[in-house]
Design a binder for this molecule. Sequence first.
Ligand code: ATP
Ligand code: MG
Length: 248
Amino acid sequence: MKIFSVYNIKGGVGKTTSSVNLAYLSAAAGAQTLIWDLDPQGGTSYYLCVKPKIKGGSEELLQSKARTLAQLRMTGYPNLDLLPSDISYRNLDNQLAKSSKPLLGLERLVAPLAKQYDHMFVDCPPGLSLVIENVFQMTDVLLVPMIPTPLSLRAYNRLVQFLVKRRTKKLRVLPFFNMVNMDKPIHRVVTKNISEKHPIFLRNGVPESTLIEAMGVKRSPIFTYARESAEADSLRVLWQEILERSPG
Ligand SMILES: Nc1ncnc2c1ncn2[C@@H]1O[C@H](COP(=O)(O)OP(=O)(O)OP(=O)(O)O)[C@@H](O)[C@H]1O
Ligand SMILES: [Mg+2]
């Protein structure tokens, strides 16, 4: 199982939207795919029309491997399952801190899922908490959606510094731009500078679009109501590039 975590220190940059759309594409191509809504806000669970509820909450989830399997939900889309959000995830930091291996709690929790799934997506909450350090430990590919502004770049550089210090061994970091609006001079300048100086950034990004925003009303991935759109195509090309740039 390859774990793709969708993460940025910053909030509101498109982590949830990207998680849902990319997981849908993975599943539609035939890969057994799981998406974990790790954010107590429950945005992914909302988009996929699944109740944001874990029986016994995060405490039980951390304690029992068997329970993880029992909490999985079907989404109605072929090959795509969900491990839902729960409001108790807000306590995960404290619960992990109290455990015998604070950095490995989430890795242990997802280990039994490896037999069942080819790809797992993790929709992360923003911030840089112990939960996120756990995510770094278990992740193969860290997808970092960013709005192309100088402040976003600053936040990204801080993340990279943190990862270098931590020497997170197997992690491949793949940043990409979301909500790109080339009518805005600042977006043109930042995307140009990045493509010239930072080859680590993915070449393909996702435009700012009312069709993508409409996911909140439609409660479904964009491909279900605008499959022929340029936005849907941009996500397909992005997913292809992610697969090409992901290790093994
Ligand atoms: N490409 C896009 N074009 C237009 N709007 C977008 C796009 N991507 C995301 N949005 C909108 O931006 C808002 C934030 O998106 P989203 O919830 O995916 O961000 P997030 O990083 O998960 O936020 P949080 O940090 O709160 O979890 C939402 O209203 C969403 O509809
Ligand atoms: Mg989110």
